[in-house]
Design a protein around this ligand. Structure first.
Ligand code: SF4
Length: 83
């Protein structure tokens, strides 16, 4: 399944911003459930496989992936850093 919209929602609430994605494959490499796959020049999402663990959103170098779990993790980190 190849998603075509510029911003789309996958399983676990993860969003792919196609304008930012450079198809580097970093997210696909760290995803433990193979929910993100690089096929040719496209990043393919398999929403039903996403747990979600947030690893892909945290490693994305361009900020193309966002998800509620990653945002919660970033917020906890920022609060701990400011304390
Ligand atoms: S890590 Fe980010 S830029 Fe790289 S393929 Fe995944 S979504 Fe695209």
């Amino acid at each position: 399944m190849i998603e075509r919209s510029s911003t789309e929602k996958s399983g676990g609430g993860i969003r792919i911003d196609r304008e930012k994605c450079v198809v580097c494959g970093a997210c696909s490499a760290v995803c433990p459930s193979e929910a993100l796959i690089v096929e040719g020049l496209a990043l393919v999402a398999v929403p039903e496989r996403c747990r979600p663990c947030a690893q892909a959103a945290l490693i994305c170098p361009t900020g193309a992936l966002t998800c509620p779990v990653a945002e919660a993790s970033r917020n906890r980190f920022n609060r701990a850093r400011q304390a």
